[in-house]
Ligand binder design. Structure first.
Ligand SMILES: CC(C)(COP(=O)(O)OP(=O)(O)OC[C@H]1O[C@@H](n2cnc3c(N)ncnc32)[C@H](O)[C@@H]1OP(=O)(O)O)[C@@H](O)C(=O)NCCC(=O)NCCSC(=O)Cc1ccccc1
Length: 185
């Protein structure tokens, strides 16, 4: 059971994200696309771990929307992001796409952790509910994705965006198509 106060959880989140960032930068991590030879023969879990270690570039979208992969384990992926003014819609609230992007990342990467080398996935369906509005005053939020089913062709997962106080901001389910990594050339 987690007995930490929201303030202690927030401190831990900030420390974890700073450590991940330092590790990624130390490993030369920067936004970009992995070359095929960097990922061939690696399982999804190994690819995620190499990304966390800064051995592989992280995706441009993580820079665009200021979020980062924080941790992975089999069947689970955690991302962290902080809503900012540049994520606002014309209504003056955080754009729905910010929550959707974090959740798509968390549930998709959770699926990826379950895939052996040579298998890939893509989001075929994402359903999201945004149940609490975040603002630039909210601070860091986490998207936690968990696999529900991982078959040979179909994988499903669910995800939640929560604050350090445990408050729920959004939740989602996804259906991913699982397929063989296409050979190029
Ligand atoms: C308001 C509601 C939809 C429904 O809430 P319920 O579930 O029935 O409410 P519940 O009673 O559980 O209270 C929960 C908390 O909500 C607060 N609250 C309740 N009612 C109101 C109210 N009328 N006004 C203000 N706040 C209200 C309430 O005080 C409480 O907070 P507290 O615990 O006191 O601190 C809520 O789920 C929500 O805000 N979701 C986020 C939606 C969102 O941000 N979408 C994305 C942006 S849209 C977009 O980007 C599209 C676009 C793109 C481009 C261009 C243009 C547009």
């Amino acid at each position: 059971m987690n007995n930490m106060t929201p303030q202690e959880t927030l401190t831990q989140w900030l420390e974890q994200s700073a450590a991940v960032r330092a590790r990624m930068l130390q490993g030369g991590g920067k936004p970009g696309l992995a070359r095929p030879e960097q990922v061939t023969g690696k399982s999804g879990m190994e690819i995620m771990q190499a990304m966390l270690a800064g051995e592989l570039p992280y995706p441009h979208i993580a820079e665009t929307l200021d979020f980062a992969l924080i941790a992975v384990e089999p069947g689970k992926a955690i991302f962290q992001g902080t809503p900012q003014l540049k994520h606002y819609n014309p209504l003056g609230t955080v754009h729905g796409g910010w929550y959707a992007t974090l959740l798509d990342s968390a549930v998709g990467c959770a699926v990826h952790t379950m895939l052996p080398a040579g298998r890939a996935y893509t989001t075929a369906e994402l359903s999201i509910n945004i149940v609490r509005a975040a603002s630039r005053q909210t601070g860091p939020l986490r998207a936690i994705g968990t696999v529900i089913h991982c078959g040979r062709q179909l994988a499903t997962a669910e995800g939640r965006i929560v604050g350090p106080d445990g408050k729920l901001y959004a939740h989602a389910t996804t259906t991913c198509l699982v397929f063989e990594v296409p050979t190029r050339g």
